[in-house]
Design a protein around this ligand. Structure first.
Ligand code: ACM
Length: 628
């Protein structure tokens, strides 16, 4: 009888554990192992956090104190007393499974304990604990009448990769120090640990270099233009060149410290030898072009001037030595990224001095000229005690001995580099370009390509054919040509960076789109509480237009999320759920001028009201017929 009762008890426990796993937890990125226990932890009004005085413990305690006090109104005391509500415990004997960033989180009715080998692990455990609390914990002001409870759990977690990056382009549009801090906080919540700052480009030089003041007095400003970047009218002399800005060295130090308190390293990028117009405008002697004296920092008009540094001039290397001396001192992170992408060779080809260099160094083509430049740069970087990283174009003329490669034109550059024994970070356009449109191009600021959430979720940084040890990890990149303000930075980043977070943190076998997307929806609610903007495009349908066998224009829809209903109109009115529901391909009525579409989840409108001109559908159908 006893045995029988025990069996019933075990079954009940297993079922209730299973039910709670599905019902209550929405942790992103998905942990390695989660066991939901019976019961709840109730956050008291007076909370104590204990931690040993080991390095980094303060940061974790402060993070928790701030997060818990702001929204719940609880009072948090930090002490070294071992009797505490939340205990942060450095493991005395290293747990090999957890590694450097892993943690073990126990939530019981009586309290919370996080155990880790390092402060970084404690921090990630704390982030997971916050995600167990009600969404209102994300509020920036006190929220009353909330049951501040977390389910009892036992979570063991550690990342798949040590490199979990996001890149923010602060050159095309400048974002203030405080905005970058907000970005860092947002990244930390999803356990990213590298912020790659694209600090220089044709539109602005964003970091103070004391020995080269014109880089920021001249190179940091352009003309403010609004509209479609790349197609702006050429600036006229009467338009003020006051738009932009830069980070002083004090501000950089402040950002580095702020990031490190959140266990994030900042990797600076100085993009050379292409994308260097801002530097050339400040110091025209860096270019092979005599006309460089008349150049101006790009403002988003069509680029028609030489934006490359002269690889054949010692002045270029002396310049880069000065820049890198200061950059290396400001950023403690081991790598400096030196760009190397999209370097046009047309001006080098017209230069006698580059021709002379090719002869002297026996360089057979301009890729080898760039390789000569990159190898010299690698030596300079290493002389500052740093490691060299560049975009995958640096492979083309031959890689320098220790260069690490960031593969963006797909993963093939990364595969080549890894096969040559070089370290690689994968950040392919196909999965990880956050500047791409998230939904149909009719709804988004126009960029030349699209990347939907479910595609970002398919990113696996390790191809079968390479030594996994050489793949440091993965990264998503937010270029900001079409991103004019910080709200749009957020919109472009979330939710796709949630997918990337899971791609680079979670164990491969723990990933599942079916379980991931419901979690994303829970996190939308958390972002709402935090007043962080996100792209809702995942709820919008994709449109497929074609000319059918009867020579009629036809349109089909699909959604990346299941369970949505699509309602439509061709009569210029705004559809709701009492309109026709899409079930099969629609033939566009002969005289219709626009199609309107909205998705619903049950009775709730959830997608945006999309207005699609019939002329656009016709254009797409014609393009499809022509095969492009
Ligand atoms: C890049 O997207 N040009 C690296």
């Amino acid at each position: 009888m006893k045995k029988y009762l025990l069996l019933i008890f075990c079954c009940y426990n297993a079922i209730s554990t299973f039910a709670q796993t599905n019902k209550t937890l929405s942790i992103i990125p998905e942990p390695v192992k989660t066991v939901v226990k019976k019961g709840q932890f109730i956050l008291p009004k007076q909370i104590s956090i204990s931690a040993s005085n080991k390095k980094g413990a303060d940061e974790v305690s402060r993070f928790l104190k701030n997060k818990l006090e702001v929204a719940s109104g609880s009072k948090v005391k930090i002490s070294s007393n071992s009797v505490a509500t939340i205990k942060l415990i450095f493991l005395k004997k290293a747990d090999e499974t957890l590694g450097y960033e892993g943690y073990h989180l126990y939530v019981t009715k009586n309290g919370v304990a996080i155990k880790a080998n390092s402060a970084a692990g404690l921090f990630y455990g704390a982030q997971t604990f916050i995600q167990l609390l009600p969404k209102e914990i994300e509020s920036k002001t006190i929220v009353k009448h909330i049951n501040w409870v977390a389910p009892c759990v036992d979570i063991i977690d550690y990342p798949r990769f040590g490199w979990r990056g996001l890149m923010l382009d602060v050159s095309r549009h400048f974002f203030t120090k405080d905005e970058v801090k907000d970005y860092i906080d947002q990244m930390a919540a999803y356990k990213f640990n590298i912020l790659h700052m694209h600090l220089t480009d044709d539109e602005g030089w964003r970091i103070e270099i004391k020995s080269l003041p014109r880089l920021t007095t001249v190179g940091a400003y352009n003309v403010k233009k609004i509209g479609q970047f790349g197609n702006f009218s050429a600036p006229t002399p009467d338009e003020p060149r006051t738009y932009g800005g830069f980070y002083t060295q004090d501000e950089i130090r402040e950002l580095v410290k702020y990031a490190s308190e959140r266990f994030i390293n900042i990797m600076p990028e100085i993009d050379v030898p292409g994308h260097s117009l801002a530097a050339i405008v400040a110091y025209p002697e860096l270019s092979v072009t005599a006309a460089a004296n008349t150049y101006q920092v790009h403002s988003g008009e069509r680029l028609s001037v030489d934006n490359t540094l002269n690889p054949s001039s010692e002045k270029t290397y002396a310049f880069l030595d000065k820049v890198l001396t200061e950059v290396a001192q400001l950023f403690p992170f081991g790598y400096i990224h030196l760009g190397g992408d999209e370097c046009t060779k047309e001006y080098w080809a017209k230069s006698d001095s580059v021709t002379a260099l090719m002869k002297k160094e026996n360089l057979k083509n301009y890729e080898e000229v760039q390789s000569y430049f990159e190898k010299r740069l690698e030596t300079i970087v290493e002389s500052k005690g740093k490691k060299f990283m560049g975009w995958d174009e640096i492979i083309e003329g031959g890689l320098g001995p220790n260069a690490a490669v960031m593969s963006w034109r797909g993963i093939k550059g990364g595969i080549i580099a890894a096969k040559l024994g070089h370290q690689v970070v994968m950040s392919p356009t196909t999965f990880a370009y956050l500047d791409y449109m998230q939904s149909d191009r009719i709804t988004e600021p126009h960029v030349y390509a699209s990347l939907r959430l479910n595609k970002s979720y398919q990113f696996d940084p390790v191809p079968d054919s390479v030594d996994a040890k050489l793949i440091l990890g993965g990264q998503a990149n937010l270029w900001t040509e079409q991103v004019y303000n910080f709200r749009q930075v957020e919109y472009m980043t979330w939710p796709r960076a949630m997918a990337i977070a899971e791609d680079v943190w979670s164990a491969k076998e723990k990933k599942s789109w079916k379980t991931f997307f419901p979690k994303v929806e829970k996190h939308f609610e958390r972002l709402n509480e935090a007043e962080i903007k996100y792209g809702p495009g995942v709820y919008d349908p994709s449109f497929e237009a074609k000319v059918n066998a009867d020579n009629k224009l036809e349109v089909e829809f699909s959604t990346e999320v299941s369970g949505l209903d699509i309602y439509y109109s061709f009569d210029n009115s705004y559809p709701d759920r009492f309109y026709p529901k899409y079930t099969e391909a629609l033939v566009v009525p002969k005289d219709a001028t626009q199609l309107r579409v909205i998705t619903y989840k049950g009775k709730q409108p959830i997608g945006r009201m999309i207005t699609m001109p019939v002329s656009e559908l016709q254009h797409r159908a014609d393009a499809r017929k022509k095969g492009n």
